[in-house]
Ligand binder design. Structure first.
Ligand code: PAF
Length: 283
């Protein structure tokens, strides 16, 4: 695996690879490091579908409202490199701040509409603008054919879809299903901040989602959402931020399964001081 730090170094390297043949396709997996099996599944998918896979590790300061969250973000780079080599990633892009945001770079404001300020955006103002700024820069540098994002950050995937349209980019967005720990807890770089006991207990999040899915045919959506909220809030040490049934396309709140298209349940909460998110499709 090549490890490239500079923006110009990566652009030149990818250009020379593209010149090698018309069949070269570049798959791109943008990450903030602290890689786990969820990231590995994105890498695997990209390796399967492309001739070259590029992974970036860059903890993007512009998407963190809470600076202590940024400071606490884990950076186990040696372990990350091992994982990438094991999963046959071809290139790791490991930029410094200046490689992503040049001195002349002006923070952009993308017209994301209400998508950026609701649900996760309501709890993390400015977060999705930060994500769009970094992803648009990374897309410019890597110029990938396909970019791989995890379903766990569902609203982020909707934001990236908008970004691709707004920038008239020809990148194909690939959304990869959630990878779960044996307990059902969605894999996340933040999970390592939970205690061992907390990590096992946090299985209640997936249980709440599964229970909604199981009873979706026999009970009303509002009743099921309410029951799940009560179940989660009754767990010790939990601060529930939101649990919502939304239309999977528009992310507008859904009240009934029959009236809507595809419905997804989105949940976010703080447990042992760690923000955790998850989701499940109902249909
Ligand atoms: O999902 C993430 O890890 C980040 O939001 C991303 C897409 C790498 C941008 O910094």
């Amino acid at each position: 695996m090549h490890i490239i730090q500079s923006r110009h170094g990566l652009v030149a390297h990818l250009l020379s690879l593209r010149k090698q043949g018309e069949n070269v396709t570049i798959g791109f997996v943008p990450t903030m490091g602290a890689l786990h099996s969820g990231h590995a599944s994105l890498i695997d998918e990209s390796v399967r579908e492309n001739t070259i896979t590029v992974c970036s590790i860059f903890v993007n300061p512009t998407q963190f409202g809470d600076k202590s969250d940024l400071e606490k973000y884990p950076k186990p780079i040696e372990k990350d490199i091992e994982i990438l080599i094991k999963h046959k990633c071809d290139i790791l892009f490991l930029p410094e701040f200046e490689d992503v945001y040049s001195a002349e770079y002006v923070h952009q404001k993308f017209e994301l509409g209400e998508l950026e300020s609701k649900i996760e955006g309501a709890s993390r103002p400015g977060h999705f603008q930060g994500v769009c700024n970094v992803v648009s820069q990374l897309f410019e540098i890597v110029s990938p054919d396909c970019a791989y994002f995890g379903q766990k950050d569902y609203q982020q995937t909707a934001i990236i879809k908008s970004l691709i349209q707004l920038t008239r980019s020809d990148v194909t967005l690939k959304i990869v299903p959630i990878t779960r720990e044996p307990s059902g807890l969605a894999m996340s770089s933040r999970n390592i901040r939970l205690s061992d006991k907390g990590r096992k207990n946090a299985a209640f999040i997936y249980k709440a989602l599964r229970d909604i899915q199981t009873d979706a045919e026999s009970r009303s959506l509002l009743e099921l959402v309410d029951r799940a909220k009560q179940f989660i809030s009754s767990q010790k040490g939990v601060d529930l931020d939101y649990l919502l049934a939304v239309d999977a396309e528009t992310l507008n709140e859904a009240t009934s399964i029959k009236e809507s298209g595809s419905i997804i349940i989105l949940v976010a909460l703080t447990y042992e001081g760690v923000r955790l998110i998850d989701n499940i499709f109902l249909n």
